[in-house]
Design a protein around this ligand. Sequence first.
Ligand code: C2G
Length: 178
Amino acid sequence: RHTPTTSCQIKSPRSRSLRILVAVTTVLTYGTFDLFHVGHLRLLERLSERGDRLIVGVSTDNFNVSKGKQTVVPYADRAAIVGAIKGVDLVIPEENWEQKRQNIVEHDVDLFVMGDDWAGKFDDLQDLCTVEYLPRTVGVSTSSLKEILRVLDPAHIEEMQSALGVVSRLLDHYRDLT
Ligand code: C2G
């Protein structure tokens, strides 16, 4: 009996015709992401649309001290929150200013992006990948959130109480004069 052969023999994956080169665009950014807010979210959302893989370097507590930044949320929590954002594929610790070049090479990064408060600061990386700066989200920042939270700080409340004490004594004094 004639054994029918399939019209197209499945070739081994190694065969040229099946080896498909898939171009993956890898995007990289860095940040502190303290008191995670909508400005951070909007940036990461825009970055995840710019490529197929998004890597985010989150600055460690030690690196923030060297940046002169006092963070509220510890690194482990900031990294967990960023890692849970849809579109973020990998979180790496940012421990110093110099690691960017090495990270770009080891992760085969195509596009390095930061908010435009950093405009021009990382242009030296242009020999390794495309460098872009995106507009920040206006009206929100970690420092403004900290200012709002400061009102809840007990030391600040004590300050307000003693100031109010002075005002009420002044009012009593002038009331006695009238
Ligand atoms: N960002 C934004 N809109 C805001 C606030 C922040 O787009 N309203 C962007 C910043 O431009 C930055 C990113 O969000 O690209 C993270 O901001 P920060 O957490 O403040 O990061 P930063 O302290 O600037 O650290 O090596 C680079 C540093 O790690 C960046």
